[in-house]
Design a protein around this ligand. Structure first.
Ligand code: NAG
Ligand code: NAG
Length: 269
């Protein structure tokens, strides 16, 4: 069966099953028409499940563990989970609580991180555009002997909106090292300005602690956040992935009022 036909069936199933049965749960409806579309939907789901797990999914998120490097020389994130109720202590259930910096591990920055006007305007992580966070992306390797400066030679075409920059950080396994290392590679101020002026990139992914190199920590962020429409995604795990074109999906937590948030990011080949 063609993809277009499947889609038509799926779309047809939605309004009919909602409308059928006079408000009764569609699964229990006597309405013939509705039952028919529920069957078609079930058949479609069964076929989709039969295809098995999607083996094209690549996780590019670092696991949240106490050893994650933090943003200071030699610093680690430390314990983030605490078992508040424990079965070992006689509770009927285990229940953990989470306490972490919003910029720990794989995370996004919101415009208010460095720009007070954007923060005051309420541009928190909850306002980040899911259409920027999800879509086609280019994974590129940059030269290993420099921070990310103006990189015309990468020839990133206009219209490309999401680029993940793999750097020396991945080779040095900096995100796997116990303790932050401020010699990580990131954008310099002029590199950030080059990107803003010469590309259409709206999502900038990096494999280090920050999108900005330590010597340009504030100045490069200021350039990126001059307008609020660029989303930095930091501390990605780009180990052993071929450079190329992927579908990127990043789903940050909806932390209202926060200027950063942990995010799960995956690529689909
Ligand atoms: C609950 O937590 C305790 C203490 O960490 C652990 O030993 C136990 O396996 C946990 N039980 C369940 C059901 O997760
Ligand atoms: C990148 O810049 C940092 C300081 O911001 C520096 O320590 C590091 O050596 C630079 N890396 C390269 C490859 O030039």
């Amino acid at each position: 069966m063609g993809g277009a036909l499947l889609l038509t069936l799926l779309l047809a199933a939605v309004p009919l099953s909602l409308g059928g049965g006079g408000g009764a749960h569609p699964g229990y409806s006597d309405d013939d028409e509705s039952a028919c579309t529920v069957d078609a939907g079930a058949e479609l789901l069964r076929r989709m499940e039969e295809r098995g797990p999607d083996r094209r999914i690549i996780d590019i998120t670092h696991a949240v563990v106490p050893d994650l490097p933090a943003f200071a020389t030699g610093a680690v994130a430390g314990p983030m989970l605490r078992l508040r109720e424990s079965m070992a202590d006689g509770s009927e259930y285990n229940l953990s609580e989470l306490r972490m910096e919003c910029h720990t591990g794989t995370h996004v920055d919101a415009p208010g991180h460095i720009n007070q006007a954007h923060f005051a305007a309420g541009l928190d992580v909850d306002t980040l555009d899911l259409h920027v966070l999800n879509g086609p992306a280019l994974l590129v390797d940059v030269p290993r002997n420099t921070n990310i400066t103006a990189m015309e030679f990468l020839n990133i075409p206009r219209g490309v909106r999401r680029v993940l920059f793999r750097t020396l950080n991945t080779d040095r396994k900096l995100m796997w090292r116990k303790g932050g290392d401020m010699s990580y590679v990131g954008f310099t101020e002029d590199g950030a300005q080059w990107l803003v002026d010469n590309t259409d990139i709206k999502l900038v992914g990096v494999d280090g602690l920050s999108v900005a190199s330590f010597d340009h920590l504030i100045s490069a962020h200021v350039v990126f956040f001059k307008t609020p429409d660029i989303i930095p995604v930091e501390s990605l795990n780009l180990d052993d992935i071929e450079a190329g074109i992927y579908m990127l999906h990043c789903l940050p937590l909806r932390l209202v009022g926060a200027e950063g948030a942990p995010t799960r990011c995956i690529l689909i080949k």
